[in-house]
Unconditional design. Structure first.
Length: 73
């Protein structure tokens, strides 16, 4: 992306930002409690992560070992 394209892109988002924020606030204000609860529940159901058979400690230790190596420790 050229510098001019970047300026246009940034300008577009600057002008769109306040309008998007206004729309978001309006939607939140008009949200019914029952609908909001159902939507929040569906987020938990649809985006749930499968249960792990372990604590994840081994995976964490592997990450930390890689990080230490990258840090030269």
């Amino acid at each position: 992306m050229s510098t001019e394209e970047e300026r246009v892109w940034i300008s577009a988002w600057r002008s769109a930002g306040p309008e998007l924020q206004r729309i978001r606030k309006e939607e939140l204000r008009s949200l019914d409690d029952t609908v909001a609860t159902l939507q929040a529940t569906m987020l938990g159901v649809l985006d749930s992560v499968p249960a792990r058979g372990d604590s994840g400690l081994k995976e964490f230790q592997v990450w930390m070992k890689k990080w230490r190596s990258a840090q030269g420790v």
